[in-house]
Design a protein around this ligand. Structure first.
Ligand SMILES: [Zn+2]
Length: 252
């Protein structure tokens, strides 16, 4: 599932391949992916426009145009951005725009859980997990009784952390996923913020969250790549969680 690093790579692909090109046609016929827009509504707004700037915050991505209208793109569980791919790969394209120069941009999404929307509402998306400042991180993350992992995965608290990045980060920070978020002191929160930023940037550079050090060991009977202890498997915040009870002391 795309997390912040995957979405950042998609944004970079848009920036590199789709900006500055004039749109001549839009396929917005998938009324589920393009909800709440009626077929033709996105096409009317974008035809003739040029994409100008590609933004991202957490897993939310949006592209500005020279007409003021903004195109929101969400990858969902398995979507990806395809720029100028050959026709053979188009079976699962849920939305596409055709450029004047003959090229094409598509949301390729086998599971159909992505989303395309004009002028997306970003009010419920928290600050980006890799960019959030120290004081804001302390205030947003270090409160309440929710388990720490659930807190950092809440997209309104900080945006972009999914299941794998959460496990990787908490393991690297030496913090139990089960700790009540409000129990962390400022030093622990500052440490967590630094580790999260580092893990996120590493994943962007290496190609995705699957490149994390803990990730290959997240299976039944898996052991900690640092100390060799058997990893614990729990459900935290509704998600399967692997953690090292020796390196990540806490409740449970
Ligand atoms: Zn360990």
């Amino acid at each position: 599932m795309p997390e912040l690093p995957e979405v950042e790579r998609a944004r970079a692909a848009l920036e590199k391949g789709a900006l500055g090109r004039r749109i001549t046609a839009v396929d917005d016929a998938d009324t589920w992916v393009c909800r709440p827009h009626a077929p033709g509504e996105i096409a009317d707004a974008l035809t003739g426009a040029t994409l100008t700037v590609a933004h991202r915050r957490g897993k939310a991505m949006w592209v500005e145009t020279d007409r003021g209208v903004v195109l929101g793109l969400h990858l969902g569980m398995a979507g990806r951005i395809a720029v100028d791919e050959p026709p053979a790969d188009r079976a699962w394209d849920r939305f596409s725009v055709q450029f004047e120069d003959g090229g094409r941009l598509a949301l390729h999404d086998r599971r159909r859980l992505g989303r395309v929307v004009l002028d997306p509402d970003l009010d419920r998306v928290g600050p980006d997990a890799a960019e959030v400042g120290r004081d804001e991180f302390r205030e947003r993350v270090g409160r309440g009784s929710a388990p720490l992992k659930a807190r950092i995965m809440d997209q309104g608290t900080i945006a972009g952390v999914g299941n794998l990045l959460a496990d990787e980060t908490l393991w690297k920070a030496g913090l139990s996923p089960l700790l009540p978020a409000g129990d962390l002191d400022d030093d622990q929160l500052d440490h967590l913020r630094r580790v999260l930023r580092r893990a996120t940037r590493s994943a962007i550079r290496k190609g995705g969250v699957h490149t994390g050090d803990l990730i290959p060991h997240r299976s039944r009977g898996g052991t900690c790549p640092r100390c060799g202890a058997e990893l614990r498997r729990d459900t935290v915040g509704g998600r399967t969680t692997y953690w090292c009870p020796a390196d990540q002391p806490g409740p449970g």
